[in-house]
Design a protein around this ligand. Sequence first.
Ligand code: 16G
Length: 253
Amino acid sequence: MITTQDIIENLRTRDIENTGNGPLYRRLQSALKAVIDDGVLQVDDALPSERDLANELGISRVTVRNAMRALVEEGVLVQRHGAGTFVAPRVEQALSRLTSFTEDMITRGMDPGAIWLEKTVGHASPEEAMALNLSPGTEVTRLRRLRTANDKPMALEYAVIPRAFLPSPDEVDKSLYDALAKYNKKPERALQRLRAELFDGETAKILGVPDGSAALYIERRSFLANGTPVEFTRSYYRGDSYDFIAEMQVDAR
Ligand code: 16G
């Protein structure tokens, strides 16, 4: 467990007052971020108090407060009422493993959750029919959920499933993939497309981030073992909370 003294020592080596440009609080903000990026401070580690940082580094409490506030706004730190300031969770998902949100969060020791925004059954739109290889008008089950980890909003997900594989959204309790598994329809393979976007007003509000913050837009089409499409999901992940890792190898030739 890292101590306050270790953190302060590490920050001292970064010589905030004589390194970089711009206001002092910005330089402290970068130094604190570097301490986290270098792995000295890890997810859920507590930061020293504002007073300790100010006293030990010989800077004003206002400077410390501004730096911390900026990092909270960036999503790097979280403030827990009455408990202090902590390094915010970042979730890493390997791009080559087909996992569900629930599995991803449990693997990382977080408590997955979902807030329902829409549960409907309807007829496939042209886009959905193309994505799921359905005849136009085939019935589909639609689920729009805000996904949370330890009650923190992480992603907005809009999943469309052929109704033949999921008769009703009410079949889904916490996990869509668990519900599909009950019908022996859990996906075995998926294609995923990612792109950078900015959250617009409505999505930003649902996720509790400032309008215009960074988002990762991800589209997933998943298939059964026989190649039949089973899922078309469009998601917006918080850019400050999610890392996607792709493993690569040189060609053996
Ligand atoms: C992931 C998938 C999403 C899938 C969901 C199922 C990405 C980008 N998306 O969030 O396509 O529907 O997991 O999770 O990873 P669940 O079983 O917990 O509902």
